[in-house]
Design a protein around this ligand. Sequence first.
Ligand code: PMP
Length: 423
Amino acid sequence: QRSHVTYFGAGPAPLPTPVLEKAAEVLLNYKDKGIGLCEISHRSPEANDILARTKQALATLLDIPDDYDILFLQSGGSGEFSATVYNLVSIWVEKKRAKIAEEVGDNTDEVLKRLRQVVDEELKLDYLVTGSWSLKASQEASRLIGAKHVNIAADARKANHGKFGKIPSEDQWSLTPRAAGGPALVYFCDNETVDGVEFPSFPRSLEGDDAPLVCADMSSNFISRKVDVSKYAVIFGGAQKNIGNTGIAIVIIRKSLLPPHSTPASPDLLRHLNLSVGPIVLDYPTIAKNNSLYNTLPIFDVWVAGEVMSGLVDSFGAKRIGGQEEVSDEKARLIYEAIERCPDVYRVVPDKSVRSRMNICFRVNGGDADKEKAFLAGAEKKGLLGLKGHRSVGGIRASNYNAVSLNGVKLLVAYLDEFAKSA
Ligand code: PMP
């Protein structure tokens, strides 16, 4: 029974029970229309209201400045690995083309010749690889535009015995120099779901007047702490952890990257330069122009996200996401303290300086397979579910998303103490 269970799954993840109860109702009959929410048109006034309300709740929670737009796509988090590359490379190319055209005038052949050279020599995308999701994003960038254009500005495994678990200090990063025009984007994953590594704060070397365009994957720590949105070009996340159910990704994008402020390169030009042309459903200008309704948006998924976020707005009032941050921090603190109380039995995987408040990764008895199995079996008996670590790294992972209650966390803490005594 649902009320007897605390679910610590990493995503899909728990949703607030009242939202699911309401969801069950609206699936059958939305606002007494006699049809359910999955049946109504994405172009209906109801759907438009849901979109507007969901955007408003997110903008309120995160204090999103007016010069940012919010987009909904069906891309999943992984689709945004590609979308960020397609869109920002396209903008970079068009900027360079315009500049060269200014210098050489109407001579198209000369413009193309110079542009090809500039792309060849200067196009760089910087990736901070701090865990398996940023690694995947960097690999997708290499697949799309070629490895020579992808600069791994930091690889956290290098100074950590080949494993993720630390973030190299910024003085060790090799970002593409701003003086040389800078990179087309700098990418990082704010919270690494598999490895339990979270950026403690926004990197200082990505700040400043001539800061590069920063893209951040916040799939697994979205709306769990305050974010200075103005520092980012693009923030994205799949909904299926803190926000809602699987099916949509949310993108917060600086409007200066959209028309009429920025122009994407033409598909012909990109093809000419041997750069790939992205699918239209990942094209930010197209999605923005159509208020995320270029094609059929799963409005039910947007509704769930809207309910979850409106719930947080109501709960935390003027504190907004700061209220959630306090709760998330407190729950994470309780779990880490319980783990650290028993150092003979448990060991937190990532370094203390970067450990995630959302995905708490630890080992039992040095990773002893039988002990970890016993830990999971005992947890399950107590209704503490979803604690198995990602298959690629093993161990235990307690995902402390927003819908995990403080009471559920206390039950986990009690179990951690109890298991350690018997171990
Ligand atoms: N980024 C992060 C941080 C994730 O945790 C995940 C999924 N767990 C993804 C991206 C990929 O998301 P999706 O499965 O929606 O493509």
